[in-house]
Design a protein around this ligand. Sequence first.
Ligand code: NZQ
Ligand code: ZN
Length: 385
Amino acid sequence: MQNFDFYNPTRIVFGKGKVAELDKLVPANARVLVLIGGQSARHNGTLDEALSALGERYVELFEGIEPNPRYETLVKAVAQVKKGKLDFLLAIGGGSVIDGTKFVAAAACQDNDAWEILLTRGSDVKEAVPYGTILTLPATGSEMNDGSVITREEEKAKLHFSSEHVFPRFSILDPTKSYTLPKRQLANGVVDAFTHTVEQYLTYPVGAMVQDRFAEGLLSTLVEIGPKLLQNPRDYELQANFMWSASLALNGLIGAGVPQDWATHMIGHEITALYGLDHAQTLAVILPNMLSVRRDSKREKLLQYAERIWNIESGTEEERIEAAIRKTREFFESLGMKTRLSEYQIGADAIAGLINKLESHHMVTLGEHRDVDLQVSRKVLEASI
Ligand code: NZQ
Ligand code: ZN
């Protein structure tokens, strides 16, 4: 096992009816900015519930954080925080609202150009406005981590930053809040959580038995509940297991002490920035092809994955690996996800532009061995058409 430093200060308040605990969780004298996305938090009643739990506190609202949250929108929230001398943020939504809130929390504490936060990947963040979240879409793990992904529309750039100053103080995980998710978002969430786990698990063995078994527990749970969730989005136990799996998939726990990949995500971000696919739509296309192209360097873990997740125990090594990759693709397709770029009308002529973007964002040595250079990324993209 590799050395590690695991730190996660986010309080998780889990269960039905837990939004009412906001009154205990938010300081009594806080001046609060509530941040939401489009209209889902309003439509499903979560916004009203939160406002009523905040009671007599001074509260302002910022609405309109879009999926793949934009810098151009978020700087308006930063100005609102500064103008109103607001000192606590409350995000209600999915990964986009929470990621956006992380950016606002950091940017509101500094005077220089806020885009620098992304260009320095968060290393210059020294403080942030404290904030909590109410999660309405299990997927990204943003509710329990220190990462954020922000898009600058005018540059078609989707970049990430992380800083220990932007962990949420608390996150309320009420599984009934995701009852209203459409099938597309449920499927996205399952694929995102699955891929987060794979990015940290399916690399090379370092003898991290606990991390491996945790990761396999998450993958098997997602395989078991994913299709059922699409049929029964109002099943509490399914939603509860989904929500907690997604948080655990990217809260640092399974990634501690093991090598990590993330090449699928980095290529996926460029596809979203240029073509507007949902985050998880890019993952469902790229992941199976990434595994296929890099099967030699991932051989041992691919065989372990084949056996423990898909019960594939017979055949040559090559056949078992092939079958595991096929099972992965079929699992995504069983959730209604497309697994080819051409199904989104993106053809081979898109590859050059995507490779240019990877290069300009310095994404030239990706993966657990830093050997995913532009040539490997090109191969993965060619296989993904
Ligand atoms: O905007 P509203 O009206 O709220 O609708 C949203 C949005 O249209 C809707 N939605 C959310 N909760 C709902 C609901 N609709 C009905 N009922 C509910 N309960 O779902 C749509 C998508 O929401 P979004 O927040 O964009 O989805 P997701 O949670 O998948 O977040 C995706 C973003 O997170 C980033 C992605 O790149 C992308 O920008 N990621 C963040 C990570 C992190 N911070 O650690 C890691 C991930 O790998 C990922 O990159
Ligand atoms: Zn993701």
